[in-house]
Write a protein that binds this ligand. Structure first.
Ligand code: HEC
Ligand code: HEC
Length: 172
């Protein structure tokens, strides 16, 4: 146990965490994001989820659904996330409804769901990893060019964008 623990908290990880804390702290001390002209913090739909962790398919738009549900509560999803109005939309900002989310899995099977009024979508069926993703509505199509093996879309599609993602999954 101790051995496994010390392996997962390697010096490299700790350095990365310390750096992140430093950056976050610096931004916090500035107290504002003015200057770069970004609107981070603003919710493009000006409509928010206010229900906390109350069980609902509309809950917590923008948050990592699977990371939280896998702690033991809520349904088991193989892929889930939120389609939003802007790349920098914050957590709990309602997204865009009636967007088709289409995943093509490693076996070539196509899985489709449509976003609800919070912009949320979720899949419960088995999805062979890796998958490719595209989203579509009456305005057009937007696709992810790379294939991914993690169905928790918001693990990368955060307001800031993690692991190379440009920010949120944004409706066409
Ligand atoms: C911070 C934790 C957390 C996050 C993030 C989260 N959920 Fe949940 N979710 C829960 C919990 C806890 C429950 C079960 C609540 C209960 O049983 O009272 C739940 C239940 C649900 C349910 C079942 C509702 C029902 O009526 O049975 C759905 C659907 C759901 N979540 C969808 C989502 C989606 C989609 C996302 C991501 C956009 C998400 N959740 C993000 C904690 C979370
Ligand atoms: C491991 C990180 C990661 C995960 C998980 C991930 N993406 Fe992405 N996504 C990216 C990256 C990086 C890009 C930009 C480069 C590209 O297109 O491959 C992107 C771009 C996109 C785009 C086009 C640009 C945008 O942000 O709107 C869509 C649509 C998209 N992803 C959908 C999804 C969906 C749906 C899921 C979950 C089922 C998902 N992604 C999960 C990393 C990820």
């Amino acid at each position: 146990m101790t051995h496994a623990l010390s392996r997962s908290f390697s010096p490299l990880n700790l350095t990365a965490l310390a750096l992140l804390a430093l950056v976050a702290g610096t931004v916090g001390c500035n107290g504002s994001n003015t200057g770069s002209g970004n609107d981070s913090g603003a919710c493009s739909t000006d409509s928010y989820w206010t229900g906390g962790n109350e069980e609902s398919e509309l809950m917590n738009p923008g948050e990592a659904c699977i990371a939280c549900h896998s702690r033991g509560e809520g349904p088991t999803f193989t892929a889930a996330g939120t389609v939003m109005g802007d790349f920098a939309d914050p957590n709990d900002c309602n997204g865009v409804d009636s967007v088709t989310v289409r995943l093509t899995d490693a076996d070539g099977v196509v899985h489709e769901e449509t976003t609800n009024s919070a912009g949320n979508f979720s899949f419960r069926q088995a999805i062979a990893m890796p998958y490719t993703a595209e989203i579509e509505n009456t305005n057009g199509v937007s696709a992810m060019s790379g294939a991914q093996s993690d169905g928790d879309c918001a693990s990368c599609h955060t307001a800031e964008g993690a692991n190379g993602a440009p920010g949120r999954i944004v409706a066409p």
